[in-house]
Each structure stands twice: as C-alpha cells, then as structure tokens.
Write a protein that binds this ligand. Structure first.
Ligand code: ZN
Length: 169
C-alpha cells in the first residue's frame, strides 16, 4: 500500500515519535509499505511520521533501488557517534520543492533494531550519514530546516503558508 506523504504544517512531523515495542508481521508489512511509498515519492529515506504514523521507524535506500543490500530499516535508532563535517544541499519529501545546503557530520554511526528486534550498529558516510541524521531527526520531531539560518527558514515557512492558503500545498 502506498501512503500519501504528510507535508510540513501537519503537527505529526514536529512531535517526538513513540518507540516501537512490537516486532510482528504488522510491522513487517508497514516497513514494506514504507519502502513502496518512499520509492513512489522518489525519496531515499522515509520516516514513519511522514506517513502520519508517530513511531520510531525509518527506511533508507540511498542507492534508490540500485542495490537491494542498501535497503535499510532503522527501528528505534540512536546516533551514537559523529565525525567531521559535510555540507550539501538537502531536501525532504515533507517539504517538497524546497532545498537548502545543510552542514552535517561526514561520518555517522547509529545503533538501531532490525525487524526482529535485534540491535545492530552501522556506520555511514556522506549521503548515508546525512540520511541517518535526517531520518533520526524526523523521529525527534525535527526537520532539516531547523539546521538552516532563521532568515532562510522564515522565508520558506512564509512561502509554504502562501501555498497552503492558495490550496497548493
Ligand atoms: Zn525528511
């Protein structure tokens, strides 16, 4: 099932999500649906709050279907180590049409649970490191625009408010 992507303005995007405690078939189905929804929206990462489900769950595929082994499921993820700096233009499926450069760590290690509830650690660099931080932020109710200047952020918010008024958001 393909879920519609929740856009900026919906409060579910700005509140911390609840931990996942049940690792069952329903969770597996939700993860499959999240991958499908992410690919449909042409994204490389999707957090559950972005489909209106306030749970600490995210899927990532920075290769966008190129490498099946690159498909990552992060359940209850925590960032445990960051290193270096890397500035790159970033966007978000929940804030379509806008992109801004964001400085983030170059190398990031996360600790997360898999679909069976087993804990694992994974280190990513560059785009994958960025995805780890972007998706973990989502689970904490934080959007990438919180990492840009207040001036730019206000400009984006103003333009979104206009789009909402016009019924184009
Ligand atoms: Zn996002």
């Amino acid at each position: 099932m393909i879920y519609p992507i929740v856009k900026f303005g919906n409060p579910v995007l700005e509140k911390p999500a609840e931990p996942v405690t049940v690792f069952d078939g329903e969770l597996k189905k939700l993860v499959e649906d999240m991958f499908e929804s992410m690919y449909e929206a042409k994204g490389v990462g999707l957090a559950a709050p972005q489909i209106g489900i306030s749970k600490r769950l995210a899927v990532i595929d920075v290769t966008f279907k190129e490498d099946p082994d690159a498909k990552l499921v992060l359940i209850n993820p925590q960032v445990i180590h960051t290193e270096g700096k890397f500035r790159q233009t970033e966007g978000c499926l929940s804030i379509p049409e806008f992109r801004e450069p964001v400085t983030r760590a170059k190398k990031v290690t996360i600790r997360a649970q898999d679909l069976n509830g087993h804990w694992f650690e994974k280190t990513g660099e560059d785009l994958l490191a960025r995805a780890f931080l972007h998706e973990t932020d989502h689970l904490n109710g934080k959007l990438y625009i919180s990492h840009i200047s207040a001036l730019k952020r206000d400009l984006i918010k103003r333009r979104i408010r206009k789009l909402i008024k016009a019924g184009e958001w």
